[in-house]
Design a protein around this ligand. Structure first.
Ligand SMILES: C[S@@+](CC[C@H](N)C(=O)[O-])C[C@H]1O[C@@H](n2cnc3c(N)ncnc32)[C@H](O)[C@@H]1O
Length: 348
């Protein structure tokens, strides 16, 4: 469904607020995937605005992001709630459609007040259950912002893709939400190539394939690589290849647009007798040769590993083919905190 013919200057996103830094990292990567020089402002822990203004890209970012509950065009900013609706008129929403006003910062009564004003200015009817349009009103340091999405409420169906719901299961399999965020941090677009060199049961490949990437998996254990292929087939998802190979040797990849992976720690997943650090060191060298960056196309390697690994020193020892851009920490239990490191391939 179309929003309208009107053009906008900015967008607004509401994050899910589940993890500390990961939701902002993910949305930032996605915005930059679709608009390289976008200005991004973290208004508070949950609200982000950006100069991304093309409706198609706003919708792609919103639908892709695992840790984002709303994304839309920024319609207006004001200190007064009812003045937010001054920019709303009949051609903003199509005839005979429904809408809802939603917010994480305002009360239901305040949303209702704004909803009544929006209703009086358009032909739309209210549907709180299943609206065509969502008007999102949020508080930011300067006042209030009003966003509009023509996609209704976001639905993800994570449960249908959870590890236990797949044909092939291993305890090391990660949940689809985290898998999707890892893929998104690699800044790969639909139609481009994406690889997971320690693919296990294929959690990241399922998400990359759902997002329209040309997905390639590598896995050292033959029966696990077959299991990953079975999982993709189970969801009737296309993939380029799932190769049985050792990713700490040379990677069987030529040019790849981005990599995201979850390396083995030797607890739930086998390291085949090697230390995680050794596997990572060797893998960084092999990844550097199939990920050449240029000034027009930066490439990213996203690697999830135990936080005890000193990735900065590893990059120095490897010869600085990568630069550490950011890192997110995820507490798992007393003996394990995961780090998600985002490395940019330095220009060759
Ligand atoms: C942490 S698990 C990946 C789990 C995966 N993300 C999932 O959700 O199923 C790491 C995987 O790497 C594989 N592996 C270990 N050493 C490898 C190597 N040198 N090359 C490729 N795969 C390897 C293991 O067999 C294991 O399946």
């Amino acid at each position: 469904m179309k929003t309208n013919a009107r053009s906008f200057k900015e967008s607004v996103f509401v994050l899910s607020g589940e993890e500390l830094t990961l939701p902002f990292g993910e949305i930032r990567s996605l915005i930059l995937t679709y608009l390289k020089d976008s200005k991004i402002q973290k208004q508070n822990e949950r609200i982000v605005t950006s100069s991304l203004s093309d409706l198609d890209s706003i919708s792609k970012v919103t639908q892709r992001a695992a840790y984002c509950r709303f994304g839309g065009a920024l319609i207006s900013k004001s200190k007064n709630i009812l003045s937010l609706a001054d920019q709303v008129d009949k051609d903003l929403v199509q005839e005979n459609r429904t809408f809802a006003v939603d917010s994480i910062s305002l009360t239901m009564a305040e949303c209702g007040e704004l909803g009544a004003k929006i209703k009086s200015k358009t032909d739309a009817r209210v549907s709180l259950e299943n609206p065509d349009y969502v008007f999102q009103v949020e508080a930011i340091p300067e006042g209030l912002v009003l966003g509009l999405s023509s996609q209704g409420y976001k639905k993800f169906h994570w449960r249908t893709r959870r590890p236990r719901a797949r044909r092939f299961f291993l305890p090391s399999a990660i949940y689809p939400k985290l898998a999707r965020a890892l893929v998104n941090l690699s800044r790969v677009k639909e139609g481009e190539s994406f690889a997971d060199p320690f693919c296990g049961t294929g959690s990241l490949l399922i998400e990359s394939s759902l997002m329209g990437m040309r997905s390639i998996g590598i896995e050292i254990t033959r029966w696990i690589s077959r299991g990953a292929a079975l999982n993709l087939k189970h969801f009737t998802l296309p993939y380029e290849s799932i190769i049985r190979a050792d990713s700490s040797n040379s990677l069987p990849l030529r040019e790849i647009d981005g990599i995201a992976t979850d390396v083995p720690y030797g607890r739930a997943s086998s390291t085949k007798g090697k230390k995680t650090e050794k596997i990572m060191e060797e893998f960084l060298s092999s990844a550097s040769s199939c990920m050449r960056s240029s000034s027009s196309r930066k490439k990213y390697l996203v690697i999830m590993h135990p936080s005890t690994v000193d990735i900065k020193e590893m990059i120095r020892n490897q010869g600085n083919s990568f630069q550490l851009q950011e890192q997110h920490l995820l507490y798992v239990h007393r003996n394990l905190t995961r780090a998600i490191s985002i490395l940019e391939r330095t220009a060759a």
